[in-house]
Each structure stands twice: as structure tokens, then as C-alpha cells.
Design a protein around this ligand. Structure first.
Ligand code: GTP
Ligand code: MG
Length: 513
């Protein structure tokens, strides 16, 4: 007699499936009801799944680093803004590297002295003539010296002024300060990129426009002979790299190290300290500089008023010294900023690029990947010429860059923040009576003062954005003096707030795929 198999005991039968199975005696009406209920349950379940997916994506987007690219021509103040960010948001890293700026400050000082000595040498060589020619471009203090932009008539006025009276004392000063040339060469060898790190030539104003039009792959970090990404680790990397190089080299020579080299430089400068002060205070030398429009006070890396403080064995740079120190950026440098407090776990990454024309093709690969751009427009440069292309007004070059950035298709979704920088220099220039209208005819008969000028420049940038931007987006602009860390910190806090809000809004608005 066969044993009866229990109804639901087969090993092949899934008990859950059995439980979920429709009743055997289900009527067609009950079946329709059941299927409707099941479909509704599935819809609710799917929508919950989708919600979870979207929230997860938004959460990870919120956690993704906020990437900010700093753009602007050379000497516009990009690296100075990074330093301000570091002072405000990465104090430990900042304190750690501040001392390594000592050599840069010394180099800036020595370079200024040597530029004065070069001009003095030319004047001494032709001291019998009454007309002194302008210095050759390569020896100018920097490209933005107003000597580069003076009209013929103004040069005429200068050459007509009485001859400068140089004497034995100037010859002696020039002689005694001679060792500073070697100090400059040594410090440059330590701190600056070697010649082959640099680029081949000036290049066009906006090389990335052609790259975008040609559909170049922006995801790849390109490294061509035209630019050199020196360091992605920021100042510490750049300065540390130089230190290591110097150490290796010194080691090969069989003695000393990088610190010894820095101390050696300081010893030589200490020996020249009184003469440096005497040179800078000399009325004839100052008259000579004024005649050639060499406005040292407005130049990057101006430390001639600080010789007493800086030229000392115990000198350690202050925050103010470091933001005023000038070290040109080559390639692209990356600065991560971990957030603290309620935003802990999130990170900001800032990308600081070289702004010279030869460096601008290196910007393009970053366009795909950034959330925001802080664009530095130095509005004090309306009367200056571009170092890379002396036929080009520096403000004009900035306009070209801004126009290219706002009209870029790749940057359509990127938040743009404009800093109208170097307001302190603008103010000094206008107080000296430099006329904006003379260099920018469209300025017309407006008042030649800071409020009117800043309003005018701001409008120019806003109008360009309206006209050339392919999408509607807010126009955020700030007047800045990046070497004033106190006010800049406040501006950066506001900007950070805006960028974070925008980042979170975009994360929350993530649409299901
Ligand atoms: N007076 C004054 N100097 C400024 C201001 N912003 C920057 N500087 C100085 O200008 C010089 C150039 O600034 P950087 O930040 O090095 O310029 P950059 O845009 O990074 O230049 P590149 O690296 O060549 O692209 C530095 O010596 C700064 O201290 C400002 O608002 N006022
Ligand atoms: Mg820089």
C-alpha cells in the first residue's frame, strides 16, 4: 500500500511560493481584484526603490568634493586667493609651509634691487646725456609697469625734464651691491622651474576655445611640450620639490644643504642691508624710477619698504608677507581642503593654474570636471600691457578670457564667480591721476574715481556675460584686494556659502536616470 505524500512537503516546493500562490478555488472576479492589488503593491515598491536610489545618488553627490577652478591672466591674483583659502580653511597646512616662503620673499626683494641696479647702470653709462631711454622690456620691473603703456607725448615730457645728477656715491652703491646678482641666480635656481619646464612661446589668448570646437577629449590630462604640470601638491610640493633638488645638488657638490643655501643668501643680503636701504631711499634713484614709470609699490613681490624687518637671521614670514610674495604658477596645482564642523567628511578641491598665455591650454582638461570657477579680473591693469604680447592691453586680454569662459559650452553648468581684484592698486592709480579714459576711450567722461570705475568695469563683465553666455545664470561679482586677508576671508566665506548651496541644490535636483 503506497504511503500518501503530504500535500506541501515536497523538497522541490518553495513554501513561500505556496503561501503566495492564489487560492485554487479563486473566482475570475477575485483574480482580477488580486492582480490589481499586486500591481499597486509593485508600483509602490518600485517608487520606494527609485526614491532610495535618487537619495543615495544625491547623498554621494553631496559628499563628492566641490571642485573649484581658478582662472585669470598671469598676476591676476589666483594663487593669492588660494593662499587666502588656506589661511581660512587649512590653518595647519598653512602654518607648516609658511616658513618655506622665506626664500621667495628674499628672492622678490633681491630681484627688485637688481632691477634698480640695472637701470642705474644704464643711467651711469649715459650720464652725460640729458635724455635717458626707457629700459628694455626684458629688464622692466614687470610687465605691468606703467612705463609700458605711456603715450609718446608723456615720454616726451619725461625726456625734457632736467638731467638726473648721479655721483660717485651711486657708482659705489652699484659696486657694493654687485653680489646680489649671484644671490638672485642662486635663489632662482632653487625656486624656479628650470628652463625646459617652461613653455615654447606666448600662444593665443584662448587656446581652449579651439580645443573645445575641435572636440578634444577633455577628460585626459594632457602634457605637451607647451606646458608643464610642475606639481599637483600645491606650494608645499612646489617648494619642497625645489628644496629636494637643491639638497641633492648640494650633496653632489659634497657639502651643504638647502637650508645652508638659504642661510648663505641671507648672509650676503645682510652684508648689503645698509646699501639696499640707502639705494631705495636715494632721491636721485627714486626720481630715476619715477621717470621710467617703475612703480615698485604696485609691483608683485614688493618688499623694499620692509628691508629692516626682512633682512634678519631670525626672519620668519608673516601671513601678510606670504600673500604678497610672488611665485609664478606653472601647470596646474591642486589644493584639497577638508571641511570641518557640520560639513565634516566633505572636501573642497581648488585647482590653481598658470595664467600666462603659454599655460592656458592646460586649463581645458579641467573644464569637464569642475563645479565652479572663480575668475580673477585685475581691474587695475587698464593702463598696462601684456608681458606675453606687448601689443595687447592687459584688461583687453582679461575681457577676451572672460568672454571665452562665459560662452564655453563645456562650462554651461558651472557656477561662475567673478573677482574684480587689485582694487587697492586701482585706487592708488586713480589718486595719482592716471586717466582711465586715456586707455579705454569708451569710459568717456565718467568720474575718474573708484566707485565710478568699479561700477563701470562690473557692468562691462556683466554685459559680456549676458551677451555671450549660452545659458541664463546668476552674475556673482565681488570687489577684492587679495593681499588684504581680512576682507578677502569674509568674501571667501560668502562665496563658499553660495557654492555649497548651489552644489547641494544640484544634488537634490538629481533627476532619475
Ligand atoms: N596690491 C595687490 N597685489 C595683489 C593683489 N592680488 C594679488 N596681488 C599680488 O600680485 C602678485 C601676483 O599674484 P599671483 O596670485 O601670484 O598671480 P597669479 O594669477 O597666480 O599669476 P600666475 O601664477 O602667473 O598665473 C603677487 O605678488 C600678489 O601678492 C591685490 O589685490 N592687490
Ligand atoms: Mg599663480
Amino acid at each position: 500500500m503506497g504511503k500518501a505524500t503530504p500535500k506541501y512537503e515536497s523538497a522541490d516546493v518553495d513554501p513561500l511560493a505556496v503561501l503566495a500562490a492564489p487560492p485554487r478555488d479563486e473566482t475570475p472576479q477575485q483574480r482580477a481584484e488580486r492582480e490589481r492589488a499586486e500591481a499597486e503593491a509593485k508600483r509602490v515598491s518600485d517608487s520606494i526603490d527609485e526614491q532610495i536610489r535618487v537619495e543615495k545618488a544625491a547623498r554621494s553627490k553631496r559628499r563628492a568634493p566641490v571642485k573649484v577652478l581658478l582662472l585669470g591672466q598671469s598676476e591676476s591674483g589666483k594663487s593669492t586667493i588660494v593662499k587666502n583659502f588656506q589661511i581660512a580653511y587649512a590653518q595647519n597646512a598653512w602654518a607648516e609651509q609658511r616658513a618655506s616662503w622665506r626664500s621667495v620673499v628674499l628672492l622678490n626683494l633681491v630681484r627688485s634691487v637688481n632691477i634698480i641696479l640695472d637701470q642705474l647702470a644704464r643711467e651711469l653709462a649715459i650720464s652725460r646725456t640729458t635724455i635717458t631711454p626707457a629700459p628694455p622690456a626684458s629688464l622692466r620691473l614687470h610687465a605691468s609697469s606703467s612705463a609700458t603703456s605711456l603715450s609718446d607725448s608723456e615720454s616726451d615730457v619725461r625726456s625734457q625734464s632736467s638731467p638726473l645728477r648721479f655721483g660717485e656715491r651711486h657708482k659705489l652703491l652699484a659696486l657694493r651691491l654687485g653680489p646680489l646678482r649671484r644671490v638672485q641666480a642662486d635663489l632662482e635656481r632653487r625656486l624656479c622651474a628650470p628652463p625646459d619646464d617652461d613653455d615654447g612661446g606666448p600662444g593665443p589668448a584662448t587656446p581652449f576655445v579651439e580645443m573645445e570646437a575641435a572636440g578634444a577629449a577633455p577628460g585626459r590630462r594632457r602634457r605637451t611640450h607647451e606646458f608643464f604640470v610642475r606639481s599637483r601638491a600645491g606650494w608645499k610640493g612646489a617648494l619642497g620639490w625645489a628644496m629636494t633638488r637643491a639638497r641633492t645638488r648640494a650633496g653632489r657638490r659634497g657639502g651643504g644643504n638647502a637650508e645652508d643655501e638659504a642661510d648663505e643668501a641671507m648672509e650676503v643680503i645682510l652684508g648689503c642691508k645698509e646699501d639696499v636701504v640707502a639705494l631705495w631711499k636715494d632721491a636721485t634713484v627714486r626720481a630715476m624710477l619715477a621717470r621710467h614709470g617703475m612703480e615698485f609699490e604696485d609691483a608683485p613681490g614688493f618688499f623694499l619698504d620692509d628691508v629692516d624687518r626682512i633682512v634678519s637671521r631670525s626672519y620668519a614670514p608673516s601671513d601678510a608677507d606670504v600673500v604678497r610674495a610672488r611665485l609664478r604658477t606653472l601647470g596646474v596645482q591642486e589644493y584639497p581642503f577638508p571641511c570641518t564642523g557640520p560639513q565634516a567628511g566633505r572636501e573642497w578641491v581648488m585647482y590653481d593654474v598658470g595664467g600666462a598665455r603659454s599655460c592656458r591650454s592646460a586649463w581645458y582638461p579641467y573644464f569637464m570636471d569642475v563645479n565652479a570657477i572663480i575668475f580673477l579680473a585685475p581691474i587695475s591693469v587698464f593702463d598696462e600691457r601684456l608681458e606675453e604680447d606687448p601689443t595687447m592691453n592687459r584688461l583687453e586680454d582679461t575681457y577676451l578670457l572672460w568672454k571665452a569662459v562665459v560662452s564655453s559650452k563645456l562650462l554651461q553648468k558651472v557656477q561662475l564667480i567673478l573677482f574684480l581684484n587689485k582694487c587697492d592698486i586701482l585706487q592708488r592709480k586713480l589718486e595719482r591721476g592716471v586717466s582711465i579714459k586715456r586707455y579705454i576711450p569708451t569710459y568717456g567722461d565718467r568720474e575718474n574715481d573708484v566707485p565710478t570705475a568699479t561700477k563701470y568695469f562690473r557692468k562691462q563683465f556683466r554685459d559680456m556675460m549676458k551677451k555671450h553666455s549660452t545659458v541664463q545664470r546668476p552674475f556673482y561679482s565681488y570687489l577684492t584686494t587679495a593681499i588684504d586677508t581680512k576682507t578677502t576671508t569674509q568674501t571667501l566665506a560668502t562665496v563658499r556659502e553660495i557654492l555649497m548651496r548651489d552644489h547641494l541644490e544640484k544634488a537634490d535636483l538629481l533627476q532619475p536616470l
